[in-house]
Design a binder for this molecule. Structure first.
Ligand SMILES: [Zn+2]
Length: 248
């Protein structure tokens, strides 16, 4: 079975990288060893230095574009801080790139109020007709914003509460999704609850650099049907990002 990790990160060699520890590595070659051992074909990346800091986002987006161009396993989320106008220009220019999946936002890491900027970000994505991958922030309020922009699709990362299923159900255009990435999927009914409430077609697979075998196993051994597991691990990504994942 092929598997697509829609949400992950790595260090880029920037001074703003996240310090690795002996127990949680952060570099790209380690992530690729993880992919190999867990049988993951490709990943949607953004660099830590861009999602957790605001100083080098433009440069880090350019650097990752170069890496994506040269590595068949690497796909890109273009990081946006909505207070930096030049990032809108950059994304406009790059959104059609072969390996670009959409826009990544991290209001918590970048320290802004998502409610203040959601209209600005989502209206831009609506014009581009693209996906936005967001770090969770004020999840119950997201349908209110997503309802104004039917041409945009929003993935709220790290399913960890009942709020996700509610937000997905409340989106009147059906344009809210979630991903399984992160340590909180260890809760023993969190994935099953969400799939039962909204269907497997609303859920994407991700690792967020957590142990890839654990993340894959969480889906493989979930109390779900085989066709639901297949959609989460591969089918949904392949369908929504058909152009980008054509060769995967
Ligand atoms: Zn992340």
């Amino acid at each position: 079975m092929k598997i697509i990790d829609l949400h992950t990160h790595c260090n880029s060699g920037s001074p703003l990288d996240v310090e690795p520890t002996p127990l949680h590595k952060r570099n790209f070659s380690f992530m690729m060893e993880e992919y190999k051992s867990a049988g993951i074909s490709a990943g949607g990346f953004s660099y830590y230095s861009a999602v957790l800091h605001t100083d080098e986002i433009y440069e880090q987006n350019e650097k990752l574009a170069e890496q994506a161009k040269n590595d068949p396993r690497v796909y890109q989320w273009l990081v946006l801080d909505p207070r930096q106008e030049r990032l809108f220009d950059q994304i406009q220019r790059r959104i059609g790139d072969e390996k670009v999946l959409g826009i990544k936002i991290h209001s918590v890491g970048h320290k802004y109020d998502i409610c203040e900027y959601a209209d600005k970000i989502f209206s831009f994505a609506n014009e581009l007709g693209c996906f936005v991958l967001m770090h969770p922030d004020k999840v119950p309020l997201m349908p209110k914003f997503a309802d104004r922009y039917p041409n945009m699709n929003l993935i709220i990362a790290h399913i960890h509460s009942v709020d996700y299923a509610e937000a997905i159900r409340n989106a009147k255009h059906g344009n809210i999704y979630a991903d399984t990435s992160g340590g909180d999927s260890r809760q023993n009914n969190v994935i099953e609850y969400t799939v039962e409430r909204v269907g497997a077609e609303k859920v994407f697979f991700g690792t967020d650099t957590y142990a890839a075998g654990f993340q894959r196993g969480r889906i493989e051994y979930a109390r779900l049907r085989d066709d639901e597991k297949e959609k989460i691990l591969y089918g949904n990504a392949k369908m929504h990002f058909a152009r980008q994942f054509e060769s995967i």
